[in-house]
Design a protein around this ligand. Structure first.
Ligand code: SAM
Ligand code: SF4
Length: 331
């Protein structure tokens, strides 16, 4: 029986862990070019500390862990962390451990990740055009991302999912091309609505391309049938031309899925967040370093879940964007 049930009856089964706030790209919707207030090195959780939190969380009902960042591939302890977490059993067997990455340097990491027991990958790719890639990420690294996706295609880390944030006037004319690219790479493309989570606080609603517009553009080329049984998944899934290939849309802004949310988040500096948009965090790092018992850590996890709000409230007049950007929260 899970201990992580909130006041709305939502059972928490998924833990997202940010391994670092640093990144090899500077996506405009996530990080500013300069002036990022980096998490001090000594505040970043060690592999042992992450393992300890995950063990307690698994005993409380967590079944899956997603590693993210910042860019998890630049965490010096990545393989060790994967190895430690995949050896932990949850309520229904070994934890499913996946990772979201920008794909840069993925080819050299894949053998180690496979050997350490990672299940699967989400790789972010917003555009197939090198100039646009530079405009969106402020780095000339499309070729490295493409190499990462090709290595993922050839790996055992399946199913492979590709993520794109759709930005009006930048890459919104590429949704069909991105789906075709994903199909060629035996992957599922997922389009994400742009959320107000950029560290530069530059989000404007008008630049966000809503779910309905994304689907309308895709339907000009593909026949899309909704796939039932979404559960707590952020992505609404559609079968392409009768399936089995699929495409997903993550409509956090225009069609929020908060009512079925089963996720908790741990930042790289060991702060527990019960929502991407949470304003408050609970300090697990200090508890760990002050010698807290497993029960005390469990109580922090339970308190985080108990304090979870019904929804993110982006549409409410008193919505305030979190201080931290997506790179520090862990997307
Ligand atoms: N660096 C890795 C990557 O880019 O995949 C992992 C971390 S990144 C923060 C995780 C996901 O969050 C990526 O798919 C990224 O596109 C998405 N993301 C970042 N900022 C976002 C925003 N403001 N709105 C929507 N999605 C965002
Ligand atoms: Fe880095 Fe990912 Fe943020 Fe882009 S979205 S800047 S790749 S953390």
């Amino acid at each position: 029986m899970s201990g992580l049930v909130d006041s709305f009856g939502r059972v928490h089964r998924d833990l997202r862990i940010s391994l670092t706030d640093k990144c090899s790209l500077r996506c405009t919707y996530c990080m500013p070019e300069e002036g990022v207030p980096w998490i001090p090195k000594q505040s970043v959780l060690t592999a042992e500390e992450i393992e300890r939190v995950v063990r307690v969380a698994a005993a409380e009902g967590i079944e899956s862990v997603r590693l993210t960042g910042g860019e998890p591939l630049i965490s010096p302890n990545l393989i060790e962390i994967v190895r430690r977490i995949t050896s932990i059993r949850g309520p229904s067997g070994p934890l499913e451990v996946s990772m979201t990455t920008n794909g840069i340097r993925l080819p050299e990491f894949i053998p180690g990740l496979e050997e350490a027991g990672l299940s699967r990958l989400n790789v972010s790719i917003d555009t197939l055009d090198p100039d646009r890639f530079f405009e969106l990420t402020r780095r000339d690294r499309l070729i490295d991302v493409l190499a990462g996706i090709e290595a993922a295609r050839r790996s055992t880390l399946k199913p492979l999912k590709l993520n794109a944030v759709v930005i009006r006037g930048v890459n919104d004319d590429e949704v069909v091309d991105l789906v075709e690219f994903a199909l060629e790479h035996e992957a599922e493309m997922r389009f994400i609505e742009h959320m107000p989570l950029d560290a530069g606080h530059t989000w404007v609603r008008g630049e966000m391309v809503p779910r309905d517009e994304i689907l309308a553009a895709l339907r000009k080329r593909f026949d899309l049938e909704p796939v039932p049984g979404r559960g707590g998944a952020p992505a609404e899934s559609f079968a392409i031309d009768g399936g089995p290939a699929r495409v997903g849309v993550i409509a956090s802004v225009t069609a929020p899925f908060c009512a079925n949310c089963d996720r908790l988040r741990l930042t790289a500096d060991g702060q527990l967040r019960n929502c991407l948009f949470a304003r408050d965090e609970l300090d697990i790092r200090s508890a760990l370093r002050d010698g807290a018992s497993d029960q005390a850590i469990r109580d922090i996890l339970r308190a985080g879940v108990a304090g979870k709000r019904a929804g993110h409230g982006i549409d409410s007049p008193d919505f305030v964007q979190p201080d931290r950007g997506m790179n520090a929260i862990g997307g």
